[in-house]
Design a protein around this ligand. Structure first.
Ligand code: AMP
Ligand code: MG
Length: 291
């Protein structure tokens, strides 16, 4: 194990920071990203699982510092936004990455098609209400990006309306930053062939029927439109301040490791310290000793 600049351990197979290899920069083409690639990692499934185990203590420690720092109603929060086609592994990321973090410090929300009540409000209304308070790790399983993905693909609002949303999203995210919220925006990128195999599995296995939704096949028929809509999301909303990370996800083990490491790198970057006492330590020591 090599020590990195934050003093954390970096497993040997981790070649580079995941953030730097997965970040969506200018000129990025989703169509050119191989969904079966494992950027920044030269190990195999077993190595990835070991690397994830090795990172857990550090994540626990940093998460506790984050939480402690938010106790006074101030301080940073993290928001992990997870997007991807059906079967891309969003649920697995929730279980295997988010599920290992102390649940007291996590605010997880899965966004479904908006309710009647939600549809009466601007699209960011329901999103704003789920932003994490200081000290928390917020996690969005789908997000405001559905309002320029499924909504765009199916013409659920007039084009002029969804076209305005990219700018609205950018300024919404900047205002979240101003409140101390650090976004990690992740897109799990699978191939069409892998999706077919995963849907097939849901139809072949009684323990997976519950995950199957006949509507997933209708969405699959719009594959190319979705890929285009994701490309537009990257072109318009992968900013320097709030970049996207495109994570190849045909290998579930790689995608989970990558998201975990992106979270870890973000936590490290916050430079979290334990909050000082808001009481006189010596005085409380004396009082305790006297009991
Ligand atoms: P799942 O994540 O598989 O439980 O499915 C949730 C469904 O809600 C998906 O089909 C999404 O496309 C849909 N959904 C989420 N947000 C929106 C939105 N803003 N407008 C329309 N559909 C949405
Ligand atoms: Mg689904």
């Amino acid at each position: 194990m090599a020590k990195n600049k934050h003093g954390g351990k970096k497993p040997e197979q981790v070649d580079d920071s995941f953030g730097s290899v997965l970040q969506v920069g200018p000129g990025f083409r989703l169509a050119d990203l191989d969904p079966a690639a494992t950027p920044g990692f030269s190990g195999k499934k077993k190595d990835a699982e070991k690397a994830m185990d090795a990172a857990r203590d550090e994540i626990d420690d940093l998460q506790e510092r984050l939480y402690a720092g938010g106790r006074d109603g101030d301080g940073p929060a993290i928001l992990l936004v997870v997007q991807g086609m059906d079967t891309s592994g969003k649920g697995g990321v929730m279980r295997h990455v988010v599920g290992t973090v102390d649940p007291q410090g996590v605010r997880l929300h899965a966004f479904k098609a908006p309710s009647v009540e939600e549809r009466r409000h601007p699209f960011l209304w329901r999103i704003r209400r789920e932003l994490p308070p200081p000290g928390y790790i917020g996690v969005f399983d789908r997000s405001h990006y559905e309002d320029v993905l499924v909504v765009r693909v199916h013409d659920l609002v007039p084009p002029a309306t969804w076209r305005r949303r990219y700018d609205q999203i950018n300024s919404f995210e900047r205002s979240a930053n101003d409140r101390g919220i650090h976004l990690i925006k992740v897109m799990l990128h699978i191939s069409s062939g892998e999706q077919k195999a995963r849907l097939q599995e849901r139809l072949d296995r009684p323990d997976k029927y519950w995950k199957f939704n006949p509507g997933d096949i209708d969405e699959r028929e719009r594959w190319d439109d979705y890929q285009q809509a994701y490309q537009a999301v990257f072109d318009k909303t992968s900013t320097e301040q709030n970049p996207w990370y495109a994570v190849p996800a045909d290998h579930k083990w790689y995608a989970r490791l990558a998201v975990q490491q992106l979270l870890l790198e973000e936590l490290r970057g916050l430079d979290l310290h334990w909050p000082g006492p808001d009481f006189d330590v010596a005085e409380q020591q004396r009082r305790l000793a006297a009991t």
